[in-house]
Structures are given as structure tokens and as C-alpha cells.
Ligand binder design. Structure first.
Ligand code: NAD
Length: 510
């Protein structure tokens, strides 16, 4: 039984949460409407910043960086630790706001804030581990080592579907690395960005002497993002969003020899082998494909199933798809909340039409709750059996569509997995060790994430999160991705009395 939200109540709920989080006054006055995908209602109005304001924010951030870079790294880590503590205190409110503004179900809203807390913990420890190597030198009486230095201002451009976590992955690392951050969030999620900014200010006040401008929020559309991208005082641009956005941002940053960290679209597949545990597979596939209404970069979009188990698996998936609850993301039983807006719905329907035209059989995909909520876009997730991997299948449609394809030989399944432009996440379901290891090997999956017996969606902050090919290759969050936020210097120290001029040539000094 689906339940949909009551219209009329959400704006005041949002106001109350924003007030508790410390957002009010001028931050909630301006020309841009912040809407809720739950009902389509306007929750609040926010300011819109143009190129001039972005320019001033960058100037402030650059000045802040000049001071912040001299603060010892473990002390910088203390600021991030305090931010994590403030986030713990407001987790429920911030998660509820993520649900209201981005439409995520309650557990995923809470999960996103937990990711922010996790990266703060990770980065606090990291602030004492920004290690360089000591390197064996060929010169006598010399020592050679590498030193890591802050870079400057990091411009963060983020997508609507991770409205708070993406900034945190970047900012927590950037702050401990000694950088300042200017953040241009998605124009679809300004309220959560204002809330995060307010929570960060609480941490900064507890810390005491954070330079003004260390963390700056600029609200605006594509032009505000472009102003950030083109400014030479921003040596690093970390942009998360569609491949179309990355195609514009990447060359512009490269033209001025800046560093781009790009995390772009995905078109993630799972291969299901004859030996797979089907109970586990059905649960994992259903969650990875339908969760967050298919609006995750790591959502499962293609299922490549062995002939021998195809009919049994698809029948079980159809039952799961038929029984899933679509509706109010705040209701405990709901797995699938709304699409972000009408444009997303239109794109989904175009993809389904193209799949039908190419011989696909579509189950689900229809709009629900339209009569009660004409401004909101809820859909039943679509399962689409395809005769081949067509252009539509090979494109990322940011909606809950799972294309199902058959395979005979494992090599064919790996080829299908890799034969799309994007290279984000992938999985294999098998109990055959050889298939599992082959999938993870150099001749297996070409994706940044390759999993065995777990769906492709979601990523832990401990592993660097990114992807290959059209996904941009950028790495945010864990592992050694901190190096992308710093520059490396190699230092050579001569503690001898001779100065080698060239191989074998020296002269005596004094
Ligand atoms: P989007 O590309 O429409 O917008 C993302 C951000 O880029 C927004 O802040 C937008 O204002 C800005 N932007 C757009 N064009 C720009 C330009 N030319 N110059 C500068 N800034 C520009 O993406 P979206 O619809 O918000 O998010 C969904 C997309 O993001 C999907 O493709 C999804 O796969 C991807 N995504 C990827 C990851 C990842 O880690 N790989 C994570 C989340 C989302």
C-alpha cells in the first residue's frame, strides 16, 4: 500500500528544521526557489550569486588559505574533528532536510549524514599521517625526501543526489591538507548546503581562530560553477555530476593547467552467473537498482544474466518489483521515493520508449500518485528485458530503470559489462572462485569499483571513490586520495663537503 505526503505541511517543517540548524535571515531571502520533490512545493527562497560574488568568495578563500597553510596539520585536523562532533549532534535534523530537499528515503538521508561523520573521523586521523617518503639517493652524503604542501583554494561543485556527502568528502580532506574550499552546490539542493555551512560555522566558532573565508558557499547555477572553474586562483576543481558537465569542466580546467578531480556519471552492471546464490542476488539487485529511485551514480542499471538461470531470476525480480513500496520517503516501509523533478521523469519515459522501439519488454515505469500530487514525480521502477545492449542501454538515465540482458559464456558477460563509455561500479554474483577472480583481474571489469556478491551501489569512505573512462577518473574520500589535494616537492639535502656537478665530476670547496 503506497502512501504519499500531505501537501501544505512541508514548507513549515523545513523552516523549523532550518531554524534549529541555524539557517535564517538573509540566507532565506532571494530569487531562487528551493523545491521539495516530495510534493513539488516551494520550501523556501534563497539568494542567487553571480560571477562577481564568486570572484569575491575566491579572494576571501585565497586569503584564508595563506593563513591556514601555516597551521600545523594535526591542529587543522582538530577543526574537522569538531565539525564531525557538530554533525553528530544535528544528524537527525540534517538527514530529515536531505529527505525533504533531495527526496531520499529516511534511512538513506541518515546514511548520507553518517558518511559525513565518517569522513571527518577518517580525515582527523589523516591529519597526523600526511607522510612523504625518504628516498635512496645516488649522490654521496645526501638525503632526499618528499614533502607534501597545501595547494590553495579547492572549488567543489556538487550534484543534487548527494547534496551533503560529496562536499564533506572533499572538504574534510582539503581542510586537513591545508586548503580552503569554495562550494557551489547543485541549484536543486541549496537548503541542505546552507545547513551544512551553518553547522560548519558552529565547529569553526568552537575551534576559535579559523580564518574568515576558509569555507565559503556560493549559491547559483551553471554560471556560478563556470566562474569557479575559470578562476586561476583555484588550483583544484573537484566536480561531481553528469558526464556532460565533466566534458565542459575538464577542458576548461586543463586549459589553465589546473587540476580537475571529476566524478561523473555511471552505468553500472552486475553479472549473475549460474552458481550465484539467488536469494542473496535478488535482494542485492533489488536494492541496488531501485534504491534512491535509481538516482545514485552507483545505481545498478544493467543486469547480465546467464541463460541457465535467466527465467528463474527474472521471475523473482518481477515479484520484487511488483511488491516494492513507492511513495513518501519518510515512511518506514518506502524503498522508492520521488524523482527529483519533472525533467527526470521526462528523460525516464524517453528512455523507456526507446527501449520498447528497440524490442525491449518493459515491466513497470509508470507514474503513480499524480492525481494527489501533480507537482511531484513518483514512478514504479522499471525492469526492461532487452534483446541487445543498445545505445539506450549504454547511456546513463538517472532514474530507476534496470535493463536485463542474457549471456552464454563468461567472457561475453565481461565484454557487455565493459562495453559502455562509463566505468564507475560493477559486480559479479558467483560462487565460482575462477569467475570471481577473473572479474577482478586486469582482463575483468574495467570499473573503478568491482565487487563480488554485493551490489555496485554505495561506497565506503575508506576506499577512494571514483571511476574510470567517462566517469572522469577522479578520486575523492579515502585511501590515498588526499594526495590530490596537495602538491609534492622533492627535497635534496647535501650534508657533505663536496658538490657533485655531474656523474663522477666533483670539486673541492674552500
Ligand atoms: P549535473 O551535471 O546536472 O550538475 C552537477 C553540478 O554541476 C551542479 O552543481 C551544476 O550546477 C554544475 N554544473 C553543470 N554544468 C556546469 C558547467 N558547465 N560548469 C560548471 N558547473 C556546472 O548533475 P546532477 O543532475 O546534479 O547529478 C546527477 C549526475 O551526477 C549523474 O550523472 C550522476 O551519476 C552524477 N554523480 C556522480 C557521482 C560520482 O561520484 N561519480 C556522485 C553523485 C552524482
Amino acid at each position: 500500500m503506497s502512501r504519499f505526503p500531505e501537501p501544505g505541511i512541508l514548507p513549515s517543517e523545513a523552516r523549523e528544521i532550518l531554524t534549529r540548524l541555524g539557517v535564517g535571515g538573509d540566507a532565506l531571502r532571494g530569487p531562487r526557489a528551493a523545491c521539495s520533490p516530495l510534493t513539488g512545493e516551494v520550501l523556501a527562497h534563497v539568494p542567487e550569486m553571480g560571477a562577481g560574488e564568486v570572484e569575491r568568495a575566491i579572494a576571501r578563500a585565497h586569503a584564508a588559505y595563506l593563513a591556514w597553510r601555516t597551521v600545523p596539520a594535526p591542529r587543522r585536523g582538530e577543526l574537522v574533528r569538531l565539525f564531525g562532533a557538530e554533525l553528530r549532534a544535528v544528524k537527525a535534523d540534517l538527514a530529515a532536510l536531505v529527505t525533504l530537499e533531495a527526496g531520499k528515503i529516511a534511512s538513506e538521508g541518515a546514511g548520507e549524514v553518517q558518511e559525513m561523520i565518517d569522513i571527518c573521523d577518517f580525515a582527523t586521523g589523516l591529519s597526523r599521517q600526511l607522510h612523504g617518503l625518504t628516498i635512496a639517493t645516488e649522490r654521496p652524503d645526501h638525503r632526499m625526501m618528499e614533502t607534501w604542501h597545501p595547494m590553495g583554494v579547492v572549488g567543489v561543485i556538487s550534484a543534487f543526489n548527494f547534496p551533503v556527502a560529496v562536499w564533506s568528502w572533499n572538504a574534510a580532506l582539503a581542510f586537513v591538507c591545508g586548503d580552503a574550499v569554495v562550494w557551489k552546490p547543485s541549484e536543486k539542493t541549496p537548503l541542505t548546503a546552507l545547513a551544512v555551512d551553518a553547522v560548519f560555522r558552529r565547529a569553526a566558532a568552537r575551534f576559535g581562530d579559523v580564518p574568515e573565508g576558509l569555507s565559503t558557499l556560493v549559491l547559483g547555477g551553471r554560471d556560478a560553477g563556470e566562474a569557479l572553474v575559470d578562476d586561476a586562483r583555484v588550483p583544484i576543481i573537484s566536480a561531481t555530476g553528469s558526464t556532460a558537465m565533466g566534458r565542459s569542466v575538464g577542458p576548461r580546467v586543463a586549459e589553465r593547467f589546473g587540476r580537475a578531480i571529476l566524478e561523473l556519471g555511471g552505468n553500472n552492471a552486475a553479472i549473475v552467473c549460474p552458481s550465484a546464490d539467488l536469494d542473496l542476488t535478488v535482494r542485492a539487485v533489488a536494492f541496488a537498482a531501485m534504491g534512491t529511485a535509481g538516482q545514485r551514480c552507483t545505481s545498478l542499471r544493467r543486469l547480465i544474466v546467464h541463460d541457465g538461470i535467466y527465467d528463474a531470476l527474472v521471475a523473482r525480480l518481477k515479484t520484487a518489483y511488483g511488491s516494492v513500496s513507492v511513495g513518501d520517503p519518510r515512511a518506514a516501509a518506502t524503498l522508492v521515493g520521488p524523482l527529483i523533478d519533472g525533467a527526470a521523469f521526462g528523460t525516464m519515459q524517453l528512455a523507456l520508449d526507446a527501449a520498447r522501439a528497440a524490442g525491449g519488454t518493459v515491466t513497470g515505469g509508470e507514474r503513480v500518485g499524480e492525481a494527489a500530487l501533480p507537482g511531484a514525480f513518483y514512478v514504479r521502477p522499471a525492469l526492461v528485458e532487452m534483446p541487445a545492449q543498445t545505445d539506450t542501454v549504454a547511456a546513463e538515465t538517472f532514474a530507476p530503470i534496470l535493463y536485463v540482458l542474457r549471456y552464454g559464456a563468461f567472457a561475453e558477460a565481461v565484454r557487455l559489462n565493459n562495453e559502455v563509455p562509463q566505468g564507475l561500479a560493477s559486480s559479479v554474483f558467483t560462487t565460482d572462485l575462477r569467475e570471481a577472480e577473473l572479474f577482478l583481474s586486469v582482463t575483468g571489469s574495467d570499473c573503478g569499483i568491482a565487487n563480488v556478491n554485493i551490489g555496485p551501489s554505495g561506497a565506503e569512505i575508506g576506499g577512494a571513490f571514483g571511476g574510470e573512462k567517462e566517469t572522469g577518473g577522479g578520486r575523492e574520500a579515502g585511501s590515498d586520495s588526499w594526495k590530490a589535494y596537495m602538491r609534492r616537492a622533492t627535497n635534496t639535502i647535501n650534508y657533505g663537503m663536496k658538490l657533485p656537478l655531474a656523474q663522477g665530476v666533483t670539486f673541492e670547496v674552500g
